[in-house]
Design a protein. Structure first.
Length: 511
């Protein structure tokens, strides 16, 4: 039994050893095969990498060659341009050298001509001296003495002719000047007919009933105080039925209050906060209306290119009056008068119209400097780049500076025509009649005067005297005395002509 076990164990050991040896051979064969496969893969990868490296090298080489070719082309182009510039510079240098030679030749010719001219001039001067010496020897006078005698003779002759011409011109001017001046003024006045506007220092605001007065006054007068504080206008609420009086020297502020009251009464909400809101809104509306009025005025008159500030000041004229005459209406009238008179005289009508419109611009400034309105208007016109002729016409229309253009006297005359004609200003309505009566009464107070008539809007006073009481010489003295008394005791626009009429009448009746 034991030997069998031993044999089995030996057989098992021998089998294990044989199996192990066989396993090692198999393992070794696999290793060798794997090593060969790995070496083959490595060799293949090496070949691929070598090919890729060669391809990349060839690509880089082609790019490098392209870059080198491009650079060579640029270098060649630069060389070509340089060669062209060198050729151009060479050509210009040759041209400059040629021109330089021509200039030198011309300069040499000019120098030669200059020397010849100087020589000829010296010869002429020498010949002139010889001629003068011969003339002096023949006449017995020096050149200066002969020149002085000639000048004196020409001066006397010219003075005689000039005096004769001046006398002729003066005579002709005296014959025609008065007629022409009257004709121009009459034509100017006849061709203009404008409406006149009378403004007061107060405005009456109508209301529907007296109950509204209490609402406007407010509790303890707070509403009316707020309105007066916001506008600076005195509001008078008295026993006048269905009316409130607005009093202020500034028509613009009166208009603001009137419009504000109208809106407050229509709306029905009347309290201090609402009053301030409405007054601010109305003030802005009036300012816009001022600008719109200025623009509309310039368009109506055909005046263009005015500064916006001058247009605004023109619009403010609508709310300003002078002696009861609306300032904008007066300025429009003066502008039209100036244009007509300038055209009659053959001057620039547009320039005259522009000066006429702006002549009273100094009456509506935003501030109130201590300057006459004509000078202030001139400064405003200069500030806003108006022409010197217009500035001078504006500043000189009341003789506060010297006139230096033909438009200035036209503006002055047309201003007088517009302001002094009947119906233009309030003093024509009230003080006008009173002034005429005073004129007639003053003349009637002299002895020998039987009748007096103030005519032509007070510009002429006709005095009729009795022929048996006043002689011709006394009539002349009476005219002077009345004129002197009117000048000393009365105030009037322009001038007053006093005509004393002494006539003899013989009356009989045929029965």
């Amino acid at each position: 039994m034991v030997p069998i076990i031993v044999c089995s164990a030996v057989a098992l050991i021998v089998g294990f050893i044989v199996g192990y040896v066989l396993f090692q051979k198999v393992i070794t064969g696999k290793k060798d095969r794997m090593m060969k496969e790995a070496l083959a893969d490595i060799e293949a990868q090496k070949k691929n990498k070598m090919l890729e490296a060669k391809e990349h090298f060839m690509h880089l080489r082609s790019e490098h060659e392209a870059a080198v070719n491009e650079r060579n082309a640029r270098v060649q182009q630069a060389e070509n341009r340089i060669k062209q510039k060198e050729a151009s510079l060479s050509q210009r240098f040759e041209d400059v050298q040629r021109q330089k030679k021509e200039v030198e030749t011309l300069r040499d010719n000019l120098n030669a001509q200059k020397e010849a001219l100087e020589t000829r001039t010296e010869e002429l001067a020498r010949q002139h001296r010889l001629q003068v010496e011969r003339l002096e020897a023949l006449s017995g006078l020096s050149a200066e003495e002969a020149k002085a005698q000639l000048v004196e003779s020409l001066k006397a002759e010219a003075k005689t002719e000039a005096m004769s011409y001046v006398n002729e011109v003066m005579d002709e001017a005296k014959m025609t000047a008065s007629k022409e001046a009257k004709s121009i003024v009459i034509k100017t006045i006849q061709r203009v007919a404008t409406e006149t506007a009378i403004e007061n220092a107060v405005t009456v605001f109508p209301i529907e009933n007296d109950e509204m007065k209490g609402r406007i006054i407010g509790r303890e007068g707070r509403n009316i105080r707020a309105l007066e504080a916001a506008t600076g206008v005195e509001i008078i609420v008295d026993d006048t039925p269905e009316a409130i009086v607005l009093s202020a020297f500034d028509p613009v502020r009166r208009e603001i209050v009137r419009l504000a009251l109208h809106q407050l009464v229509t709306d029905g909400r009347i309290h201090p906060a609402r009053i301030e809101e409405v007054v601010a809104k109305i003030t802005k509306q009036v300012e816009e209306e001022v600008i719109e009025t200025g623009k509309r005025t310039t368009i109506d008159l055909g005046i263009h290119g005015l500064h916006p500030e001058l247009i605004r000041l023109i619009g403010k004229m609508k709310y300003r009056s002078s002696y009861g005459q609306n300032l904008l209406q007066h300025s429009r009238e003066v502008a039209n008068l100036c244009a007509i008179m300038a055209s009659e005289l053959g001057l620039n009508a547009k320039l005259a119209k522009r000066a006429g419109l702006l002549h009273d611009i100094g009456k509506v400034p935003d501030d109130e400097p201590e300057l006459p309105h004509a000078i202030l208007g001139m400064k405003l016109a200069e500030r806003y780049k108006e022409k010197p002729e217009i500035c001078n016409a504006v500043g000189a229309h009341h003789d506060e500076m010297e006139m230096n253009c033909l438009i200035a006297p036209i503006v002055q005359v047309c201003d007088a025509i517009s302001g002094a004609r009947p119906g233009a200003r309030r003093e024509v309505v009230e003080a006008y009649i009173k002034r005429l009566k005073e004129l007639e009464a003053l003349a009637l107070s002299y002895p020998g005067v039987t009748k007096t008539f103030a005519i032509q809007a007070g510009r002429e006073l006709r005095v009729i005297v009795g022929s048996e009481k006043v002689t011709d010489k006394e009539a002349e003295n009476l005219s002077y005395d009345i004129a002197k008394k009117i000048q000393d005791e009365m105030t009037y626009p322009g001038q007053v002509k006093i005509t004393v009429i002494r006539e003899t009448r013989a009356i009989s009746y045929a029965k």
